[in-house]
Design a protein around this ligand. Sequence first.
Ligand SMILES: Cc1cc2nc3c(=O)[nH]c(=O)nc-3n(C[C@H](O)[C@H](O)[C@H](O)COP(=O)(O)OP(=O)(O)OC[C@H]3O[C@@H](n4cnc5c(N)ncnc54)[C@H](O)[C@@H]3O)c2cc1C
Length: 392
Amino acid sequence: MLNYEETEDQKLLRETIGALAIQFGDEYWRNKDTSGEFPREYFEALARDGWFNLNVPQELGGTGLGMVETAIVINEVAKKAGMAASDILMAICVFAIQTIKSFAKGPLRDRLLQELAQGKHIMSFCLTEPGAGVNTLDIATTATKDGDGFIINGAKIWITLAHEATIMNVVARTTPKHEARKRTDGLTIFLVETNNLRQGKIRKKRIDDLSMRSLGSNEVFFDNVYVPSENIIGEHDKGWDILPALLNAERISTASMSVGLGQLVLEKACDYAKSRQVFSRPIGSNQAIQFPLAKAKTDLEGAWAVTQRASWEFDNGLDCAVAANVAAYMGARAAFFASDRAIQTYGGLGFAKNSDIERHWRDSRLFRTGPVPEEMALNFLAQRMLGLPRSY
Ligand SMILES: Cc1cc2nc3c(=O)[nH]c(=O)nc-3n(C[C@H](O)[C@H](O)[C@H](O)COP(=O)(O)OP(=O)(O)OC[C@H]3O[C@@H](n4cnc5c(N)ncnc54)[C@H](O)[C@@H]3O)c2cc1C
């Protein structure tokens, strides 16, 4: 039987995380966005109230919840406090905890999960490179065998939170492309503890950019960075095989954020449309204003339904790649459309920093380009769903 109704426990999760999120209001996020400063007070409140325990396994003291609940929490935070607030939950609960609990091994796994739950780490996912773009198989960062570990050399770009990160998942080439047995062999994912380097240096250079400025993007350079073999996530040379699990979880998270942000701006736009009087009547009584807002609502509803499906498939061990890509694509477009229409509804006021609409509009644009650009989502869906030739 299909049941789209959230359970009482899931509703309580929304209520509780929502109550925390609204303690950090528009002014807090506006100031952080302007200064580019990490929202440490908010991060510490999440840790204090146990939110990084959400999907840590119960045997390690966590709450043991899955992707369905993680998506709900991320969505509710975006709805109450915007994109940057919810992206932090993705960084910790998804990039870090979901990946480490699924693919790290031994004492490292248990130690890091417990430390993450206590808010002792900030995580960055280091995949994108200047020379490779969306073609991950072309990455040039190398990890070469050295005694009981590997030495990483290379450059990454656009890495969110790298300037704050204490742990990084780094995708590197361990076998040159031309020597790999299979096209997709030869990549390995390493967990790098940045405060605990036995050898080498990690340099970071902040990029002045458009979206989620309080979290920040960076160029990251690995100069002879030593990593022990036990810090391999998954298997040596088989990083490609686990990337879909990481990327699907990321797509479900970005979809959840997009839908939440879309709901936030839509609510603001509707409130404004009801109260702003022009020609002696509310602007919301004009269909030119109403229809696009109603379309935004339908787009967001559709995107959330597919996000729920993708997270349910994820938790049930099913192949969720199609639903995750559809959700990320639909969510990103729905959030941007809703934000754009919110600007139009606000008129000139939408351009004022203190309306917060311009910040949400900038933030909502990101997920159309990254982590999965919409062209690459469509390339994948054309091949997988329509049987068309692979174009990437
Ligand atoms: C604010 C921000 C934060 C980010 N955070 C992170 C992070 O934390 N970690 C990380 O690893 N990366 C991060 N990224 C990188 C992001 O994932 C990439 O920017 C994105 O994947 C696109 O890669 P690219 O910029 O190299 O574009 P390119 O690969 O140069 O592509 C440019 C354009 O061409 C299109 N294109 C390329 N090939 C094809 C094709 N075959 N068919 C159709 N279209 C094609 C792309 O879709 C894109 O629109 C971030 C980016 C931004 C902007």
